[in-house]
Design a protein around this ligand. Structure first.
Ligand code: ATP
Ligand code: MG
Length: 389
């Protein structure tokens, strides 16, 4: 079987200074791991990676590259000798496939000549190859500004020919920014928060607080499905499911109704902090967005922050629901998130939650609940499932 080549364009990674080799190495490893069990090799050059593989299906390569953070754009490339007849032959071959094969529409040829000794300059290469395309498809039209199709050629050690780029998700490769623990609920927001932190190179593991039978088995299945989708954007994901029922009931019986949500948040943050330390995660991540609900006011957030000594990342803090929904649709979690199974927070929500809690007073209420031994039991109850990417 013939070896195929995909050209991968890098963005932000190429701007990194001394750390660049580390970032590139991580991205190479992530791509190779995701293509397993197929063998692949990756060569790097300034701002580019060249991915070679033989028996791996194109559909798998395309699905991996379009979901691997660090990849800005990619295209299947055809390589030939830097001899004009071979180039013309290969261009005729490339344009017999999509997107050129229907022979209609507008196009332009983009040429780059890294090898300045090549017989033609970039302008001449573009003109000549434009002629080749028009000879084969006389109904096509050249359009330099915003054409429907492009044919790219780069003259380097060899001639690389490819058509329009496909998009990758950009960002930084998973794993270059340490590990964070995402508080994953069944809603729209928290999966998006996980996606955004992953896009900055953070490896994510998840924790979910399940209050069976107040929250149904279906609610857990929904969260498992969300974790499975998130795993694709990450380097695989562990989902830690906490049995939270006893804690919920204790809070209900040992705090005033208006404090329930706050006490529950505080308990979740306490358990999450302990788990994070166990699994070497150095930050907590939540899907909170300022003022979206009562527990997400500035004062409520200050209170929950006081319950942990880890940084709490809230990548959605300044975003509205439309922005969040757009990302949920793009990353593939939206349809699952809107399934109608109640989360534990909704079931135990007070009618009139405190909007502007005082951190000192609420910390005191939390102490008085005397809930620590129950939170220790929660930590011991954790069951972990792993989803590979
Ligand atoms: P989401 O859409 O992510 O559920 P939300 O708008 O419903 O968020 P809240 O219910 O107030 O907001 O939850 C705020 C954040 O707390 C969530 O984004 C999530 O990070 C965390 N969280 C809430 N419930 C749970 C749960 N049962 N397990 C784990 N984390 C949770
Ligand atoms: Mg929720």
């Amino acid at each position: 079987m013939e070896e195929k080549l995909f050209l991968i364009k890098l963005g932000e990674i190429s701007l990194k200074g001394l750390n660049r080799p580390l970032f590139e190495k991580r991205l190479k490893n992530n791509i190779k791991l995701r293509l397993r069990p197929y063998y692949s090799r990756i060569k790097k050059e300034k701002g580019r990676l060249y991915l070679y593989c033989t028996d791996c299906p194109d559909s798998l390569i395309i699905s991996v590259l379009s979901t691997t953070f660090g990849v800005v754009a990619f295209s299947k490339s055809y390589v030939t000798d830097k001899n004009w007849d071979s180039i013309v032959n290969e261009v005729n071959n490339v344009i017999s496939y999509a997107p050129f094969d229907n022979g209609i529409g507008t196009f332009k040829v983009i040429s780059k000549r890294a090898d300045k000794n090549f017989m033609y300059n970039s302008y001449k290469i573009s003109c000549e190859l434009g002629g080749v395309i028009l000879d084969k498809y006389p109904n096509m039209k050249v359009k330099l500004d915003n054409p429907e199709k492009t044919l790219n050629i780069e003259i380097r050690d060899k001639a690389y020919i490819y058509t329009s780029d496909l998009s990758g998700p950009s960002g930084l490769p998973c794993g270059v920014s340490g590990k964070g623990l995402l508080l994953l609920s069944g809603g729209i927001d928290s999966p998006v928060a996980g996606y955004l932190m992953s896009s900055r190179g953070m490896k994510i593991d998840c924790i979910y607080f399940h209050a069976y039978p107040y929250t149904s088995e279906q609610a857990l299945t929904k969260v498992e499905h969300l974790a499975e989708i998130l795993a694709k954007w990450n380097c695989g994901i562990s989902l830690n499911v906490v049995n939270f029922t006893k804690a919920e009931l204790w809070i209900k019986d040992h705090s005033s109704e208006s404090e329930h949500t706050l006490m529950m948040r505080a308990s979740m943050i306490k358990v999450s902090t302990e788990l994070a330390k166990k699994i070497n995660a150095k930050a907590l991540i939540t899907g909170e967005s300022l003022a979206q609900v009562a527990s997400q006011t500035l004062d409520s957030i200050s209170f929950t922050n006081s319950m942990t000594d880890l940084p709490v990342f809230r990548p959605l803090i300044g975003h509205d629901k439309d922005f969040i929904i757009d990302i949920a649709k793009k990353m593939g979690t939206y349809e699952t998130s809107i399934l109608p199974y109640d989360d534990c927070c909704t079931i135990f929500s007070p009618k009139h939650p405190l909007l502007n809690p005082d951190t000192m007073i609420e910390s005191d209420s939390f102490q008085k609940m005397n809930i620590q031994s129950i939170l220790d039991e929660c930590l011991d109850s954790i069951q972990t499932k792993y989803y590979s990417w």
